[in-house]
Design a protein around this ligand. Structure first.
Ligand code: ADP
Ligand code: MG
Length: 140
C-alpha cells in the first residue's frame, strides 16, 4: 500500500471542548502523521466554498453556520492509504451509528456536531488540501 495524504478538520464542537489534542492522539494512534496543521476561524466564503458539494442538501445552512461558529484546526495527514485509514478512525457520520473506538463514537455530539471532517477520496483530498494549504506549509 502506498503512503498517501488526506485532509482533516477538527470541527468547532471539538475545539470548543478543548479536544484538539485528544482528536490528534486518536489520529496518530491510527497510524496517521500530522504533516501540516493550523488553527483558523473560517469565513463564510471559506465554509460555503469548502462544502459547495452539499449546497443543495437541507442542512447546508446549518453546516456553514456551525463551521464558522468557532475556530477549527485544519490538518494534512499522511500514512498508508491515508483516506481510508482516516475514514475508519473517524467513524460513521452520525455518532449513533459509529463503531466503538472511533472518534465520532467516543467524542461527537450529534450528526451535525460530529468533531471531524475527513476527505472521502484521494481526488477530493488533493482538492481540499489545496483549498487550505500552500505546498510549502506541508512538511512531511
Ligand atoms: P461525512 O462528514 O461523514 O463525510 P457528509 O459528507 O455526508 O458526511 O456530510 C458533511 C457534514 O455535514 C457532516 O460531517 C455533518 O457535519 C453535516 N451533516 C451531514 N448530514 C447531516 C444532517 N442530516 N443534519 C445535520 N448535519 C449533517
Ligand atoms: Mg463528506
Amino acid at each position: 500500500m502506498a503512503v498517501t495524504r488526506t485532509f482533516s478538520i477538527i470541527k468547532p464542537d471539538a475545539t470548543r471542548r478543548n479536544l484538539t489534542g485528544a482528536v490528534t492522539k486518536m489520529l496518530e494512534e491510527a497510524g496517521l502523521r500530522v504533516v501540516a496543521s493550523k488553527r483558523i476561524h473560517m469565513s463564510k466564503e471559506q465554509a460555503e466554498g469548502f462544502y459547495a458539494v452539499h449546497k443543495d442538501r437541507p442542512f447546508f445552512g446549518e453546516l456553514v453556520e456551525f463551521m464558522m461558529s468557532e475556530p477549527v484546526v485544519v490538518q494534512v495527514l499522511e500514512g498508508e492509504d491515508a483516506v481510508t485509514r482516516n475514514r475508519d478512525i473517524m467513524g460513521a457520520t452520525n455518532p449513533a451509528d459509529a463503531a466503538a473506538g472511533t472518534i465520532r463514537k467516543e467524542l461527537a455530539l450529534s450528526i451535525g456536531e460530529n468533531t471531524v471532517h475527513g476527505s472521502d477520496s484521494d481526488e477530493n483530498a488533493a482538492i481540499e488540501i489545496a483549498f487550505f494549504f500552500k505546498p510549502e506549509e506541508i512538511v512531511g
